[in-house]
Design a protein around this ligand. Structure first.
Ligand SMILES: [Zn+2]
Length: 117
């Protein structure tokens, strides 16, 4: 079990971006040219370089302005299936997979347990 915070996500965003778009970053061939994904408007490699040069104390809004959308700093909850507005979540390792549970779902689960005691 591991705590995930927005700050962790911001710290790792360049690494995660590279993992997602490595084929395009390494080849220099942009994903937009291939027309597969229009979620960002700048070349993948340029975005990667801007993310690498980010200030360590950058805010989610700084990343959204580089990428062109705010989805990269949001936490996706596997339990409620929503992109959470929560700034923290917990990641569980279940059956060889990572499962993320947002703060709202954890509190809801805790209340269910506390009300049963
Ligand atoms: Zn949730």
């Amino acid at each position: 079990m591991k705590l995930i915070t927005e700050k962790d996500i911001i710290r790792d965003v360049a690494k995660v971006w590279h993992k997602q778009y490595s084929k395009y970053i390494d080849s220099g061939e942009d994903i937009n040219v291939a027309n597969f994904d229009m979620s960002h408007q700048k070349p993948s490699k340029q975005i990667y370089e801007e993310l690498l040069n980010l200030d360590p104390n950058a805010a989610a809004a700084d990343i959204a302005s580089i990428i062109g959308n705010d989805s990269w700093t949001k936490i996706f909850c596997d339990v409620c299936g929503e992109i959470s507005e929560c700034k923290t979540a917990v990641q569980f390792h279940v059956n060889y997979e990572d499962v993320v549970m947002c703060r709202k779902c954890i509190i809801k689960a805790l209340n269910i347990i506390l009300q049963s005691e």
